[in-house]
Ligand binder design. Structure first.
Ligand SMILES: NC(=O)c1ccc[n+]([C@@H]2O[C@H](COP(=O)([O-])OP(=O)(O)OC[C@H]3O[C@@H](n4cnc5c(N)ncnc54)[C@H](O)[C@@H]3O)[C@@H](O)[C@H]2O)c1
Length: 425
């Protein structure tokens, strides 16, 4: 019974989220349509009171693909935000977004009408969510028109391009936030604080793992860097950014990269689907990043000792669990940052925290399926941060020197990949 009613409520809640304009309208007209359960109505009314003090922020979106669906949904949950423009070079992608979110009232234009968006004086900010190859050009066009920019990672595909974006933002005195979403994840933020308050002493190892699920579409892969190794520039970029963020943009001493192509579809496209890279820092930190394009068991983001997933070692772990002392020792293999006084771990997240212990063995629920599940809250947080920056209440937390260091590491890693040797900075 509850399940049946719940199904009826859900589409209405989604409707409610179709734009704050709608919410305000419904609020003033006492919800002329029966669109929300009472509890939701109460939350909305209390927000409306606060709205009086907020200047509305008008937003445009360029690029209506996969990640746009995440950000547009999150925009609706931020108080005082209106969505005014949807732009893409494929009309069907705009229409899909309009249908999905009931946004037929929002202007949807092909990219040849970009001038319309750029010259709209009511727009405060733009989300640049198009393919990476056009980020720099579109970012700078928007910034030069005096509007704030949230750009999906990366802002450009060369150090010069990324630098150009930041310089344009500085010159125009405009906000520029790059979507490095992991920085906005609660676990990664706690890791950052613990790392810097000295709780684990001197850092020795940092190990990061990213195993994507599902494998991105061939169409998406074709939109990525085709000359280099897009597994590094598109995916490992998140781990590299985490490393840069943790080390406060310390320049590594050297990097060494090994890659391989496993899946037949990836062989056809010439796209590496497994990479491992090792970085050495003058401060003594040794960092290791491993990334794969497809993990069959779910989206796996963490730092760990790979051998845990080796069948033999899993059995070994089970036998070790019989001894609390040995079990405690085994746990040491699962670290993210290892220091001379302790370690910090951010593990993969599961769909539920339920664990079944039986005589025959123990099971837990699956890992969360994809980045959309794992970083759902982080995507909300980063967009809220952007809107707060537009309102002048926060400063962009993704800095120029960090973004440039991330790309410098990518360039050196690509050089190592091409030449198959250690590259020094
Ligand atoms: N932070 C993250 O976790 C994360 C996750 C996924 C994607 N991304 C980034 O987001 C960006 C988009 O990725 P996606 O997965 O949504 O890709 P996608 O291919 O699904 O979407 C890109 C959209 O941009 C449109 N587009 C392409 N060129 C355009 C142009 N010149 N003008 C306007 N629109 C244009 C395409 O038609 C498409 O609708 C990429 O830069 C990617 O690196 C970030």
């Amino acid at each position: 019974m509850f399940a049946r009613n719940f199904k009826r409520i859900i589409p209405r809640v989604v409707n409610l989220s179709c734009g704050l304009e709608n919410v305000v309208k419904y609020g003033q007209k006492s919800f002329t349509r029966n669109i929300a359960p009472a509890s939701i109505r109460v939350v909305r009314y209390s927000q409306l009171r606060e709205l009086d003090e907020l200047k509305p922020v008008n937003i445009g979106v360029i690029g209506c693909g996969r990640i746009a669906q995440v950000h547009i949904k999150n925009l609706f949950n931020i108080r005082g935000v209106n969505l005014h423009w949807l732009v893409d070079n494929k009309t069907e992608n705009i229409e899909q977004i309009q249908r999905y979110f009931c946004l037929q009232h929002v202007n949807g234009y092909n990219v040849d009408r970009l001038d319309g968006l750029l010259d709209d004086p009511s727009l405060d900010g733009v989300l640049v969510l198009s393919s990476t190859s056009v980020h720099t050009e579109q970012c700078c066009q928007v910034l030069k028109k005096g509007k704030a920019v949230f750009v999906e990672k990366p802002a450009g595909e060369t150090i010069q391009d990324i630098s150009h974006c930041f310089e344009t933002a500085e010159k125009q005195k405009q906000v520029l936030v790059t979507g490095y979403n992991r920085r906005f994840d609660a676990s990664f933020q706690e890791l950052y604080s613990s790392f810097h308050n000295g709780s684990i002493g001197k850092p020795i190892f940092i190990k990061l793992t990213s195993r994507d699920c599902p494998r991105p579409s061939i169409e998406f892969l074709k939109s990525c860097d085709q000359e280099g190794c897009n597994l590094i520039s598109d995916m490992a970029i998140h781990d590299i950014d985490t490393l840069v963020w943790l080390t406060k943009a310390e320049q590594p001493e050297s990097v060494f990269v090994q890659t391989h192509i496993h899946h037949p579809d990836m062989v056809a496209g010439g796209w590496e689907d497994a990479v491992m890279m090792m970085l050495k820092y003058t401060s003594g930190i040794i960092a290791c990043i491993d990334v794969v394009r497809e993990s069959k068991y779910g989206y796996d983001i963490r730092v760990e000792d790979n051998t845990e997933f080796n069948q033999g070692v899993i059995q070994h772990i089970h036998s070790m669990r019989k001894s609390p002392f040995l079990y405690h020792r085994m746990q040491r293999f699962d670290w993210i940052v290892f220091g001379d006084q302790g370690q910090l771990t951010v593990g993969p997240c599961r769909t539920t925290s339920l664990r079944r212990d039986k005589a025959s063995g123990s099971t837990t629920s699956n890992l969360q399926y994809s980045f959309l599940d794992r970083f759902e809250k982080a995507y909300k947080n980063e967009l809220e941060h952007f809107i707060q920056c537009v309102r002048g209440k926060e400063k962009s937390s993704v800095k120029k020197d960090e973004s440039l260091m991330t790309w410098l590491i990518i360039e050196k890693a690509l050089e190592s990949w091409r030449n198959k040797n250690v590259v020094y900075f």
